[in-house]
Design a protein around this ligand. Structure first.
Ligand SMILES: NC(=O)C1=CN([C@@H]2O[C@H](COP(=O)(O)OP(=O)(O)OC[C@H]3O[C@@H](n4cnc5c(N)ncnc54)[C@H](O)[C@@H]3O)[C@@H](O)[C@H]2O)[C@@H](O)CC1
Ligand SMILES: Nc1ncnc2c1ncn2[C@@H]1O[C@H](COP(=O)(O)OP(=O)(O)O)[C@@H](O)[C@H]1O
Ligand SMILES: [K+]
Length: 467
């Protein structure tokens, strides 16, 4: 797992390290790292432009310009706020033969030192004007300017980076927003940084957590997944959610609901019944996709919440819980619940998501004592214990009708197998993103194609040496 630390924590750690190392040494180390990556990106080309803001981020850029000059690179700098430009950095840059210019022209690479960890809000107009005219790739210092370093939110003009060089540790922006290729320069903060604020699962974490059958397993021992989804109007949601559970793990899937005939004809291996009361025992329920919100659906949701097994509540189940708070009373407080809202469903539960998606997911996780998976290009999974996993998609092909039904089926299968609910939601999100990528391969896909790629996505995360 990769840890991510919020800017307040990073600044505090940097201050403690700075108190015991020579003045300016951290900045020089950071800037040397920027120059090293810049040389790699330049691959022999020799013209660099700097966009230099008023703070230490601009100082890093100027010092990087100094190191690049020493390697014979031609470097020009635009100072966005000349009186506040980093004094030592600017002096070193000029000494090494760096030029201060009004505008960047004919450069092979731009170094964005406009604003870093203290940046808030979009680029100011003068910076935005320079950025709008760039035609060279951009290397962002610490984070792309105009993108909020703590939330990844973009609310106006911002830098689009091909590569970001960051220092000390990763910050939330590096997992929540597009920073291009992210490179980390060690500043020796390690001992000063306690546990991270957010975590990002790596492929190996997902592979290690994904349940596979062992020699002593049979179809019951691996956890039976129950799917309470679909309706006469929306049978497809039942077919997709059941299919995802069938493909995610071995063992057994039970379907209960009005789409039993549709599900049976598509997934003959699922045990299908028309009603939840006839469903038999399961180790986790998925409830909600395509279920409707009428009295019958409420009865199903109540039965699932009372069943005493982990539940993944999605789509109409979230809407019912938002509209009828009495339904919460059916829940066994000791049984894990995973809620998987998109932004509009979130709004029904707890008001607008806002710019800080991590804080939003945390609020609802705490309020309902549940794991909350907030969907989107960057999926945020928050646990009631304060742990947060983030998972950013590299493409947006999953933004297609029915893809959420697939996700809930994956989560349900992992819950039934006994995976920790936060990890279950995080691993499912990761495999879902990968399945979308593999299925799309550059062209739009229906959710059924995403579903068909689930086995390939699981193969891709599993350890190579495993059977
Ligand atoms: N603290 C340290 O030990 C180190 C800091 N380093 C660098 O220092 C940076 C942080 O520097 P600072 O705290 O001086 O602040 P920044 O350089 O991030 O920002 C400078 C100022 O820009 C203004 N600003 C805020 N949002 C803006 C926006 N959207 N558009 C334009 N201007 C805006 C604010 O007045 C802010 O104080 C890090 O990102 C990193 O690049 C590195 O040198 C490594 C060591
Ligand atoms: N822009 C995007 N990039 C990547 N994934 C996305 C994007 N928008 C939505 N998704 C993902 O697609 C799925 C959509 O789920 P949902 O909105 O519930 O759809 P449905 O109800 O039609 O099944 C979620 O997993 C979500 O994270
Ligand atoms: K920057």
């Amino acid at each position: 797992m990769r840890g991510l630390w919020t800017t307040a924590r990073v600044k505090a750690a940097e201050d403690r390290v700075m108190a015991r190392v020579p003045a300016g040494s951290l900045m020089r180390r950071a800037a040397f790292g920027v120059a090293t990556v810049a040389l790699e990106v330049l691959a022999g080309r020799r013209r660099v432009g700097l966009l230099v803001g008023a703070g230490n981020n601009g100082g890093d850029a100027l010092w990087a310009g100094y190191y690049l000059r020493r390697r014979g690179v031609s470097v020009a700098a635009v100072l966005l706020d000349p009186p506040r430009a980093h004094a030592e950095g600017l002096a070193a840059f000029r000494r090494a033969g760096g030029r201060v210019v009004e505008r960047l022209v004919d450069v092979d690479l731009v170094i964005d030192g406009i604003v870093g960890l203290s940046g808030r809000g979009p680029l100011r107009p003068a910076a935005a004007e320079h950025v709008a005219h760039l035609d060279a790739p951009v290397l962002a210092v610490d984070s792309p300017s105009g993108v909020d370093p703590d939330t990844g939110a973009v609310d106006g003009p911002a830098v689009r980076a091909a590569v970001t060089v960051t220092f000390g540790c990763l910050k939330p922006v590096h997992a929540l927003a597009d920073c291009g290729d992210v490179r980390l320069v060690d500043l020796g903060l390690g001992a000063e940084l306690a546990g991270p604020d957010l975590l990002e699962l790596e492929v190996s974490d997902v592979g290690a957590a994904w349940p596979v059958p062992g020699p002593t397993d049979d179809k019951y021992t691996q956890g039976v997944t129950g799917i309470a989804a679909g309706s006469a109007t929306y049978p497809g949601a039942a077919v997709l959610a059941t299919g995802a559970a069938v493909l995610a793990t071995s063992g057994m899937v039970r379907y209960a609901g009005a789409a039993a005939e549709h599900v049976r004809s598509r997934w003959p291996e699922a045990i299908c019944t028309g009603s939840i009361t006839d469903a038999g025992r399961v180790q986790a329920w998925v409830v909600g996709p395509g279920l409707g919100t009428g009295l019958g659906a409420e009865g199903v949701l109540r039965a699932v919440l009372e069943a005493g097994v982990p539940v993944c509540a999605d789509a109409d189940a979230i809407t019912m819980l938002a509209n009828n708070p009495d339904l919460w009373d059916a829940r066994d407080p000791d049984t894990p619940l995973v809620l998987t809202p998109h932004d509009r469903e979130y709004e029904r539960l707890a008001g607008k998501v806002g710019d800080d998606r991590v804080a939003a997911a945390r609020r609802v996780a705490e309020k309902f004592d549940a794991v909350v998976l907030l969907k989107g290009h960057a999926t945020v999974v928050a646990g009631p214990d304060g742990r947060v996993l983030v998972n950013r998609a590299r493409t947006s092909w999953a933004a297609t009708a029915g893809s959420g039904d697939v996700l809930s089926g994956l989560i349900g299968a992992l819950l039934a197998a006994g995976v920790d609910p936060l990890l279950a939601a995080g691993c499912a999100a990761r495999v879902h993103v990968l399945a979308a990528e593999l299925a799309a391969d550059g062209a739009p896909i229906p959710a059924s194609s995403l579903l068909a790629s689930v086995p390939d996505a699981i193969r891709a995360v599993r350890p190579l040496s495993s059977p």
